[in-house]
Design a protein around this ligand. Structure first.
Ligand SMILES: [Zn+2]
Length: 261
């Protein structure tokens, strides 16, 4: 059984807010901690008065991790696990157990496999539930939109594309993402994501080929008419592309400017 609990945190950054998933059973597990909203804690309490038991955090972005303090204060015997991202984890003072790629975690009445899927964040884990072929996919994909790869804050587009390929290779029957609706038969959507990044990369190369050299100039060329509030996110995405192209030896960086080889 998999119970979705909403974190109760709609905002400009999180959209409708976050989904967390509870697997009750012999080894209760909650995937993602939410933000400590009372409605979220009460939903957990209704499912299991003793609390979530074990909280697995997909990555250290605030909307996934910041609820750990509230959970720990309500249920002090809760265990907390994630892949390390030391400078971020230190902001959340619970005792962390560290999970790495391939670790098998008792969950519900069977198990989850941790899959390191960096790109959106360096510590990002997805959790594979073999018995239902479900992937708890964190922030890897969101139905109906794309995922921000924060180029200046630990994001890596090259790693993200590899994570998408890794997710495809699992051939999941269903994704349960941290934002938005469940995604059934996700292969098509994942391929669209890969395609979208490839198209965007071609646009970035074309912008550089036309003589543009700064990320801001590339943003204005590609995101025509973007509202001011969204420019910083677009800039992060373009930086992520430039970093990938640099890793691929397609562009070189000269101070704050970028150019094709
Ligand atoms: Zn995130």
């Amino acid at each position: 059984m998999i119970l979705p609990f909403h974190a109760g945190n709609p905002s400009a950054m999180t959209g409708a807010g976050n989904w967390t998933y509870f697997l009750p059973g012999r080894h209760p597990v909650l995937i993602d901690a939410g933000v400590g909203h009372t409605s979220h804690l009460d939903a957990i309490a209704r499912a299991r008065s003793g609390g979530p038991g074990h909280v697995l955090v997909s990555h250290a972005h605030g909307d996934h991790i910041s609820g750990v303090a509230a959970i720990a204060s309500r249920w002090p015997d809760t265990r907390f696990s994630k892949m390390p991202w030391p400078e971020r984890d230190a902001n959340h003072e619970v005792h962390w157990r560290f999970v790495g790629d391939g670790d098998v975690i008792s969950a519900g009445d069977d198990e989850l496999h941790a899959i390191h899927t960096p790109g959106h964040a360096p510590d990002h884990l997805a959790f594979w539930h073999p018995s239902t072929r479900t992937l708890f996919s964190g922030d890897l994909v969101v139905a109906g939109t794309t995922v921000v790869i924060p180029g200046s804050m630990g994001g890596s587009l090259k790693a993200y594309l590899a994570s998408l390929e890794r997710m495809l290779a699992l051939a999941p029957a269903r994704l349960l993402p941290a934002h938005g609706d469940p995604i059934d038969r996700p292969e098509r959507l994942i391929r669209q994501y890969i395609e979208h990044r490839r198209d965007r990369e071609h646009q970035v190369i074309a912008a550089l080929a036309s003589g543009l050299r700064s990320p801001d100039a590339v943003v204005s060329r590609i995101y025509v008419g973007l509202t001011a509030a969204l420019v910083p996110m677009a800039r992060e995405s373009i930086l992520a592309h430039l970093h990938k192209l640099e890793e691929d030896h397609v562009v070189r960086r000269e101070g704050q400017e970028w150019a094709l080889y």
